[in-house]
Design a binder for this molecule. Structure first.
Ligand code: ADP
Ligand code: GLC
Length: 527
């Protein structure tokens, strides 16, 4: 029973465009909502190569004038995800090597304009552009789409409500106030009461201020961002909107990230009841990362952006000492990010031949194989709005060592070092507090000690592999929210009929091997 139509606006959607968890979350969410018979369409920039991945593409509307120049709205369906898409096509803005940055990692100087144009397109769709059915609600994600609620108001669009979901508050989309006219933002909004913060336009602020509801992706992060330590300067505004702020934790895609069916594992698939092939995945990983092929070694993996958010600096400090303390420890690193961290991890590989392998780069298949082959995943974060990676590891029988922040505090179960050892039978990973090397090293030592306790280790692996991290509860919460907000708006047809229901994303390629959504410096944040 389709009752409400939702336009999701985002900068990423796997497999069309992904640099990190945002792309996974948008696709996982859209698919889960669709399966629950909620009509969703995703509006995405027509980045290079995206159009040809859609089927039944047609021009739905022409937009002129538009910030950044005339643009076309394309409509099509993604056969691999089954999701219906609207693409904003303007090659001058979007036909580039990376999503947010060039091949050398330099952010595009016109990112403000690129995502302002996306927000304007959303508003025109909400106004019924091209005869498309108007959505009841626009669901904007992160700073890239966060202008939408303000622009809906500025355009006087009635009957279309808005939600902003915050995936990462550290990236806010900050630009000079002088750019406002070029972004199609009237001067009346350009003050501290509107979207200006610290003397600059701030897209995230606009979204938080003007969306009908603001959500974020875990319960703990929803509390954390109300504090100065995690609020990146916007905690005051978030507290002011407290009544309209709610957590809706993400899920993980159960088809894409499933060791029983994962095509990236070839013949070496396994499940919670039969872990036999995990040993073979481990041997394959050891080989691929230049580690000695030793079944008795404990492999500890890292798979993430190499940034301060992900404590790459702390890991680079902790790992050599851990390798010295534990002769049976091996380290496999898959990551990309800041050059200084990449260099330190490469140096570690040189210093510990056969015991440490670092793949600096971005590769979707290797990420799957990493989780399948490793025993442990080290995932320190100074803040972690949700944290999909530790959940992927768990699904593949690898136990996460994470910091007690955001989504990791909610999903990793660890009774702690002071509880009796037997309590670990109910655990699924290891948590540490803060960002000190001592805390991270202590958690690594605890995990390696547990590795010798075979019965407990197996119990933890079972807990990790069978935990329900699906999108089910998120869908119920989103559905309730949509229903509440859409209120009495009449039901409408889907913007585009779905292709075959069996569509699968498995075997996806990586489109955008560059960095996480950045486009502007993280706000004046302590993190
Ligand atoms: P974030 O979105 O903050 O980076 P998440 O853990 O929520 O963190 O999501 C990260 C996503 O990016 C996961 O799908 C992970 O597999 C992927 N990823 C991160 N780094 C790499 C890499 N170097 N190669 C392939 N995939 C990566
Ligand atoms: C962001 C966050 C990450 C979260 C992802 C999806 O990139 O850093 O914690 O899992 O978005 O919501």
């Amino acid at each position: 029973m389709a009752t409400t139509t939702i336009l999701i606006v985002a900068a990423e959607a796997f497999p069309l465009a992904k640099t990190g968890g945002l792309g996974d979350a948008i696709t996982g969410m859209a698919r889960a909502l669709d399966e629950a018979d909620i009509a969703v369409t995703v509006l995405l920039p027509a980045y290079r190569g995206v159009r040809r991945q859609l089927q039944r593409v047609r021009v739905a509307a022409e937009f002129a004038p538009m910030p950044g120049g005339p643009a076309r709205l394309l409509q099509g369906a993604c056969p691999r995800s089954g999701i219906s898409f609207l693409l904003l096509e303007n090659d001058a803005l979007y036909d580039r090597a990376g999503l947010y940055a060039d091949e050398c990692g330099a952010e595009y100087p016109d990112n403000g304009l690129r995502y302002a144009a996306l927000a304007h397109a959303a508003v025109r769709i909400a106004q019924g552009a091209g005869g498309l059915p108007r959505p009841d609600l626009v669901h904007a994600h992160d700073w890239h789409a966060a202008l939408v609620p303000l622009l809906l108001r500025a355009a006087g669009v009635n009957g279309v409500r808005s939600i902003l979901t915050i995936h990462n508050l550290a990236f806010q989309g900050q630009f000079p106030v002088e750019d406002a006219a070029g972004f199609g933002i009237d001067a009346a909004w350009c003050n501290e009461d509107g979207l200006v913060a610290w003397g600059r336009l701030n897209f995230m602020k606009a979204g938080i201020r003007y969306a009908d509801r603001v959500t974020t992706v875990s319960r703990t992060y929803a509390r954390e961002i109300l504090t100065p330590a995690f609020g990146c300067g916007l905690d005051g505004l978030l507290r002011a909107r407290g009544a309209d702020l709610l957590p809706i934790p993400n899920g993980i895609d159960p088809v894409l990230w499933n060791p029983v069916r994962d095509p990236h594992l070839g013949d070496l698939r396994f499940g919670p009841r039969d872990l036999g092939n995990k040993a073979l995945c481990k041997a394959a990983l050891q080989k691929a990362f230049g580690l000695a092929v030793r079944p008795d070694a404990t492999v500890l993996a890292m798979g993430s952006r190499l940034t301060e958010q992900k404590m790459a600096d702390v890991a680079a400090q902790v790992l050599p000492a851990a390798l010295d303390r534990h002769p049976d420890l091996q380290v496999a690193i898959l990551g990309q990010g800041e050059r200084r961290f990449e260099q330190r991890l490469r140096a570690l590989e040189r210093a510990y031949p056969g015991r440490c392998g670092a793949h600096i780069g971005y590769d979707e298949a290797t990420a799957h194989q990493l989780h399948a082959g490793t025993d442990l995943l080290l995932h320190g974060s100074r803040f972690e709005p949700f944290g999909l990676t530790p959940l992927y590891a768990m699904r593949y029988g690898a136990l996460p060592i994470g910091s007690r922040v955001g989504g990791m505090a909610d999903t990793i179960e660890d009774p702690g070092p002071r509880a009796p050892l037997s309590a670990m039978a109910g655990a699924n990973g290891f948590l540490f507090d803060g960002d000190s090397p001592e805390a991270m090293a202590g958690a690594v030592d605890r995990a390696l000690a547990l590795r010798g306790q075979h019965v407990l280790w197996r119990a933890m692996q079972r807990n990790a592999m069978t935990a329900d991290f699906s999108w089910r509860s998120a869908v119920t919460l989103y559905a309730n929210l949509y229903r509440t907000l859409a209120g009495s708006h009449p039901a409408g047809p889907k913007l585009l009929p779905m292709p075959a229901a069996s569509a699968s994303l498995a075997g996806g390629s990586v489109l955008a091997p560059r960095r996480h959504a950045a486009s502007s410096r993280p706000a004046a944040a302590s993190l």
